[in-house]
Design a protein around this ligand. Structure first.
Ligand SMILES: [Zn+2]
Length: 367
């Protein structure tokens, strides 16, 4: 609680603007989001008619991209003859305030401003790493962020039982209410008898987990996104013994909010681009040494590039989208070497090229 108190003082002292009605209003209480909930189902639960639900959705474009998870809560107040709902969208960093009273309906969308408390969590690996972290924090988001910190460089499948780990994470509060976890700020994990620490370094657009060693990495490609969040790894499929069907995932999925920029991970030339049913909008770059990289599900095809165009390392070649076979916005990134699909994790640095200089400076200042 001490951290929270200090942060609260800072927020109120330096930035007097953090005085929203919510902080002072104790009539709100947290409600758990249930499996399968949508904004519409929550509104219906609290007595919003079909017409009112439509009106709410019409009044905020951002509400349409609001993804709810069961790790989140929303807040409800039914005081003073009003029904007020407050919902926090961590992806878009927005707060939605929906209010219904005898005077009518109002929807306000404001940028989220949280008070942040930093918490240290320690544990030992028992079973899988993901489960070991989850048993301490009860948050899939936090457990998967911890994995993101190591997954490009290390095999996390077989960590010996008892390997110690710790992490520092952000807990976010809106007024008195805990609304969710923010970033994992630091991690440490024993791998091969060595304690490997990573720091999350926030950048103007994005942020990545690195340490001094990662900056020396001689891998040929930079990350194609500024916020490395892995949703799915490369998996060479085995043929199913009965169906004879091969199930593989021949790339890495990077999850990021729609519209996030995608960067060329190395200099190259547009070999092909277009659209198909599975890949959606895709771009394929050709690089030196018989390597091609592929980018699927892009929001749109890059308008300033065409087949044969040369791109610099770090040049924007598209934006995260969800075209083709896709349920949540992400980039499917694949590498082909001499005609064969290879595991991109073995070729990638943990950060995009244009972060490098700033990271060198920041990492140099860490203890
Ligand atoms: Zn994929």
């Amino acid at each position: 609680m001490r951290h929270l108190f200090i942060c609260a003082l800072l927020a109120f002292g330096i930035c007097g603007c953090y005085q929203n009605a919510f902080a002072a209003d104790n009539s709100f209480s947290p409600k758990k989001i249930r499996l399968g909930d949508t904004v519409v189902s929550i509104l219906r639960r609290h007595g919003f008619s079909l017409k009112e639900r439509e009106q709410v959705l019409r009044s905020s474009e951002a509400l349409h991209s609001f993804l709810l998870t069961t790790e989140m809560s929303y807040f409800l107040s039914t005081a003073h003859g009003k029904t007020a709902l407050r919902m926090h969208d961590h992806e878009q960093n927005l707060v939605f305030n929906v209010e219904k009273s005898p005077h009518g309906l109002s929807v306000k969308t404001t940028p989220a401003k949280y008070l942040t408390e930093v918490q240290l969590i320690k544990g030992k690996v028992r079973g899988s790493l993901m489960a070991s972290i989850f048993s301490q924090v009860k948050s899939n988001w936090i457990a998967s962020r911890f994995m993101d910190a190591y997954i490009l460089e290390h095999d996390l499948e077989r960590i010996p039982a008892g390997a110690p780990f710790w992490l520092k994470l952000e807990k976010q509060y809106d007024g008195p209410h805990f609304v969710g976890y923010g970033e994992v700020l630091q991690t440490s994990l024993e791998l091969g008898g060595e304690q490997i620490r990573k720091d999350f370094i926030r950048m103007a657009k994005g942020g990545v987990f690195v340490n001094a060693e990662d900056l020396l990495s001689d891998r040929p490609f930079y990350a194609p996104v500024g916020y490395v969040r892995i949703a799915s790894l490369f998996q060479k499929g085995r043929r199913h013994p009965i169906t004879r069907k091969v199930q593989s995932h021949l790339g890495i999925d990077f999850e990021a909010p729609p519209g996030s920029p995608i960067y060329a991970p190395q200099r190259g030339m547009i070999a092909r681009m277009g659209r198909n049913r599975a890949a959606g909008n895709y771009v394929i770059l050709r690089h030196p040494n018989g390597i091609e990289t592929a980018y699927n599900h892009l929001r749109t095809l890059p308008k300033d590039l065409k087949t044969g165009s040369f791109v610099r390392v770090g040049q924007k070649i598209g934006e995260i989208g969800c075209t083709g076979y896709c349920t949540k916005a992400h980039l499917h990134f694949a590498i082909k070497k001499n005609g064969r699909m290879v595991d991109p994790a073995k070729y990638l640095k943990a950060f995009p090229s244009h972060f490098e200089e700033a990271l060198q400076k920041k990492v140099a200042h860490l203890d």
